[in-house]
Design a protein around this ligand. Structure first.
Ligand SMILES: Cc1cc2nc3c(=O)[nH]c(=O)nc-3n(C[C@H](O)[C@H](O)[C@H](O)COP(=O)(O)OP(=O)(O)OC[C@H]3O[C@@H](n4cnc5c(N)ncnc54)[C@H](O)[C@@H]3O)c2cc1C
Length: 566
């Protein structure tokens, strides 16, 4: 029996582990992860992490950061959570610095800060364009040093609970497909996002299939604001891989086929550094109106960095250059990069509050899989790395008080394991015939076509129906690989189930929300409708596994509703 079990070894899970062990030195703590910790998606974050350190602009403040975050969220963020995020930012960034994260520096030795979308000051701290990688390495080193125990390459199958309190998880070892129960008093879910459900048009690692959210949903827990998926403006044309906002932060331009910096028509003040929802919509509009470039791999817009010069690109954007060369055959020092928007980030997630507690006793949620609602309807670049640090730390802190009150609950391990073994055995039944690759491609296609950047009733209804049909077909899915050693076919089927269950929440939430707000843009309801829709969506499964939607009020208190212009 563990005192604290953390599922997920990205930045959120590792910070939680570090803080938990620090605050509860006697506690038995372990981390479960389906990949080796340094391979978690946090390592792919390029651009940086926001904190009002005021190293560049002396007049930057926590209040300005909070306001930018709330405005960026299109006023759907819970304001207590957003305020906590920004208040803690300088503290966690300095803590990371002290732990050894090699931040880029200004000539005076202070942490360098670059401009980022939707922010009024230069407050994004970075390590060249490898910020997430360096943060994750730093945290992993520290977690190992502090003696955190790891279950690497174990796949979460279920969350076990009784009488409204969780008592452990069931996992599968990827090495030998053995299913086992891990009882624990407290569980911190930190399994990352779900934007990979858009499959071909996503910047996410293949494993960002929303496993923690899927498992929580099936355990009866509500998911918040799932319809809000962020499309990042600059994915590489062919692969959808990300070109970080840092490229525009350093001065990159977006150009249409007339050679115009078209952002002047959409965000005259902020230009390319408008918030992501706005810039992505602007790019789609240019393409729709025939002002994009055409190619066999689809229409695109150009991101021009050539005027920045070789020295700056090599010093601050080296990884972006490598990606552009490897995946598009384009060297950004010499020519513009072909880009178009790509599904990037999950604003929605496991419903929790600013303390990271969920509705289930003993269950906490942090990072991209959670929705304490700091991002509301649209996240600002640089605020997600911040979220995983701030709320990873918060979960560890909360457990200092909560752990003594959490009773060890017995768990019927045999029953729990057998239930999951029966579930896995289903995939091998002789009458099963549906193929993983077919269902997964169709899921990505219908989401991209019907639940994308621009949405309207007809398409959304089609998306809802097609996802329902895919979920039905999933009941007959076949795992063709019978081996027990690193059976990636089996693992990907399990991931597909999570993505399909969450896709039902995303599409139904999007169809229900008859307004435009942040990343959710309805062509049939182009205005924000505060009278009817200034509220969170909560999606739950009923006993038949169908999505039921309800609502929750938004916590206000700092900044009143205002029109959002840039
Ligand atoms: C390309 C890219 C660039 C980005 N750049 C930035 C940026 O510059 N600034 C910024 O603020 N944000 C950025 N983001 C967003 C940010 O990086 C992520 O939101 C954040 O790192 C998520 O961290 P996490 O700890 O929640 O999850 P992750 O880092 O995604 O880790 C998830 C963990 O959960 C584990 N897991 C998942 N499912 C299971 C399962 N079934 N069983 C066991 N373990 C499981 C995985 O093994 C992994 O360890 C970027 C995202 C991407 C994709």
């Amino acid at each position: 029996m563990y005192d604290i079990l953390i599922v997920g070894a990205g930045g959120g899970g590792l910070y939680a582990a570090m803080e938990a062990i620090h605050k509860n030195p006697q506690a038995k703590i372990a981390v479960v992860s389906k990949v080796y910790p340094p391979r978690s998606h946090t390592s792919a974050a390029q651009g940086g992490v926001n904190a009002a350190l005021a190293n560049k602009h002396k007049d930057d403040t926590i209040e300005l950061h909070t306001f930018d975050t709330i405005k960026g969220s299109d006023y759907l963020a819970d304001q207590d959570a957003a305020a906590y995020l920004c208040e803690m930012a300088p503290k966690v960034v300095r803590e990371l610095e002290n732990l050894g994260a090699p931040f880029s520096r200004f000539p005076d030795g202070s942490i360098a800060q670059r401009p980022f979308g939707g922010a009024n000051r230069h407050r994004c701290c970075y390590c060249a364009d490898k910020t997430g990688h360096t943060i994750l390495q730093t945290l992993y080193e520290q977690a190992l040093r502090m003696g955190v125990e790891f279950y690497n390459e174990y796949f979460l199958l279920s969350l076990e609970h009784q009488d409204g309190a969780c008592n452990g998880v069931v996992v599968m070892s990827q090495r030998n497909s053995k299913v086992m129960a891990i009882p624990a008093k407290a569980i911190i879910m930190a399994t990352g996002g779900y934007a990979k459900m858009y499959w071909h048009k996503s910047s996410n690692a293949a494993g960002l299939s929303g496993d923690g959210q899927g498992v929580a949903l099936r355990a009866g827990i509500g998911l918040k604001d799932m319809e809000f998926v962020q499309f990042h403006p600059t994915g590489l044309r062919k692969s959808g891989l990300l070109v970080s906002e840092a490229a525009r932060g350093e001065g990159g331009y977006l150009i249409n086929n007339k050679g115009e910096r078209f952002m002047s028509n959409y965000a005259p003040e902020k230009m390319e550094l408008g918030p992501r929802d706005l810039v992505s919509r602007s790019i789609e509009m240019e393409i729709r109106h025939g002002r994009g470039f055409e190619s066999a791999a689809g229409s695109f817009i150009k991101l021009d960095l050539t005027h920045l010069g070789k020295d700056l690109i090599m010093a601050r954007l080296p990884q972006i250059r490598e990606l552009a060369i490897d995946f598009e055959g384009v060297d950004p020092i010499k020519e513009p990069i072909p880009i178009r928007p790509t599904a990037h980030y999950s604003m929605g997630g496991i419903d929790c509050d600013v303390s990271t507690r969920t509705e289930m006793k003993g269950l906490y949620a942090v990072g991209e899989c959670a929705a304490p609602s700091v991002h509301g309807a649209n996240r600002l670049g640089g605020n997600s790395l911040l979220e995983i640090l701030v709320f990873g730390k918060r979960a560890g802190l909360e457990l200092q008080n909560d752990l003594p009150t959490l009773k060890p609950r017995s768990m019927n391990e045999r029953v729990a394991v057998e239930r999951q073994e029966r579930r896995l055995a289903q995939f091998y039944q002789p009458d099963h015939h549906e193929r993983l690759d077919v269902l997964r491609n169709e899921m990505g296609k219908t989401l991209g076509e019907n639940v994308g950047i621009y949405r309207e009733k007809k398409n959304l209804s089609k998306g809802v129906e097609e996802i329902a049909a895919l979920r039905e077909r999933f009941k007959k899915i076949k795992v063709h690989d019978n081996s027990r050693v690193f059976n990636t076919n089996l693992q990907q089927v399990l991931e597909l189930q999570n993505m399909l269950d969450l896709a039902a929440c995303v599409s139904q939430g999007a169809l229900a929300r008859e307004e435009s707000r942040g990343g959710h843009s309805r062509e049939d309801f182009p205005k924000r409708d505060d009278a009817n829709w200034h509220k969170h969506t909560i999606a739950k499964f009923n006993a038949q596994g169908e999505v039921e939607l309800s609502h929750k009020p938004v916590t206000m208190g700092l900044y009143p509703l205002e029109e959002r212009t840039y």
